[in-house]
Design a binder for this molecule. Structure first.
Ligand code: CP3
Length: 321
């Protein structure tokens, strides 16, 4: 997840001062940035260089991404009138650059390429808040106070996300990840009432695709079973839930992705090694564990720690067969 980024000098070089969304629209650059982490370390998969707001920008929602902040929208969604601005995505017409980059990468890579999308709740939060938010208060206020508009908003977002995911697989992506980092803001009863039906429809919309789908959230230890019931071959967890406990709750028929705390990588190697071994021990060498960080790579992460981490995880999984 978020393999590219400011921890690589070659990424900073190619990005320059250009708007990140502009860079994403240039397929050659998106391809190059996707490949950069793989030139540094033998990762088992690549993730497309794009962003969760790309399909929304593609249908005319004027997000920009502010460095150090994230996606920002000057006129946030507060009413039915705003929701009417969303329309179903037509990937070939609206975002040909995404498909061009995926096709080129599928050709070039000898590891699987992950396509991805933001989940409706997380996208709704950026639309309603107009930017990053700590408490998602306006988003939840809309959800609780105006459930009909909320239903319309979430439904319209599913109609953007499903074609976006399907088109990436059509262009050659061999796995998908659905990112819902902000859904941990909800109580289980509210996830069940206001989010789960839309997640079900999302997963039903891609159920005929033969690729595995990872369903990722942050702060979701009380939502794990509901997320599993919504869909996904694997559930992605952050570092707050011990991996063995999360896996027990999910049941071992579901694969799990996670969950080293990304901040650990800022410490000396001995600490990284100890913490990574703890994650691996909790996974117990079982099939169906996708080792990953609990969230994105932090900008100041030393590349050497990441390289040694990849080697450590590979050595362990060879030993465990
Ligand atoms: O590694 C990759 O490049 C994969 C592509 C990818 C990006 N963003 C590129 C990106 C993926 C999978 C994402 C997902 C994403 N984007 C999420 C969900 C996953 C998660 O980690 O929670 C969210 C919430 C966003 C929205 C977003 N875009 C944020 C919060 C930021 C950071 C803003 C900042 O400067 O702190 C972005 C910008 C962004 N998207 C960067 C990258 C590599 C940062 C680097 C840059 O601005 O050049």
């Amino acid at each position: 997840m978020r393999q590219a980024g400011r921890y690589l000098p070659e990424y900073r070089d190619i990005r320059g001062d250009r708007d990140i969304l502009e860079t994403i629209r240039i397929p050659d650059e998106a391809v190059e940035i996707t490949l950069q982490p793989l030139r540094r370390m033998p990762l088992d998969a690549a993730i497309l260089f794009s962003d969760i707001v790309v399909p929304l920008v593609a249908i005319g929602i004027p997000f920009r991404i502010e460095a150090g902040r994230g996606p920002v929208l000057d006129e946030p969604f507060r009413s039915r009138r705003h929701v009417a601005r969303l329309r179903p995505l037509e990937p070939e017409v609206d975002e040909p650059y995404t498909l061009e980059a995926v096709r080129a990468l599928a050709d070039e890579l000898d590891v699987p390429l992950l396509g991805f999308a933001g989940a409706p709740f997380t996208l709704a939060s950026y639309l309603v808040e107009g930017g990053p938010s700590r408490d998602h208060a306006r988003t939840k206020a809309l959800m609780f106070a105006d459930p009909l508009t909320w239903e319309a908003l979430m439904g319209a977002l599913v109609d953007v996300v499903v074609p976006h995911l399907r088109a990436q697989v059509g262009a050659g992506a061999s796995a998908l990840q659905v990112f819902d980092p902000w859904v941990g803001a909800l109580a289980p009863a509210h996830y069940r009432a206001y989010v789960l039906p839309h997640m079900r429809r999302l997963f039903e919309g891609i159920a005929d695709l033969t690729v595995p789908v990872i369903h990722f959230g942050v702060g979701t230890s009380e939502l794990l079973e509901l997320m599993r019931d919504a869909g996904g071959a694997a559930i992605g967890i952050d570092h707050r839930t011990p991996l063995d406990r999360a896996w027990e709750r999910l049941g071992h028929a579901t694969a799990i992705q996670g969950n080293l705390d990304p901040a650990v990588l800022l410490a000396p190697w001995e600490v990284v090694e100890r913490e990574a071994l703890d994650v691996l021990d909790r996974a117990g060498g079982r099939a169906g564990h996708v080792f990953n960080l609990g969230h994105g790579v932090l900008p100041d992460t030393p590349v050497e720690n990441l390289q040694r981490l990849v080697d450590l995880v590979h050595a362990r999984s060879e030993r465990d067969g």
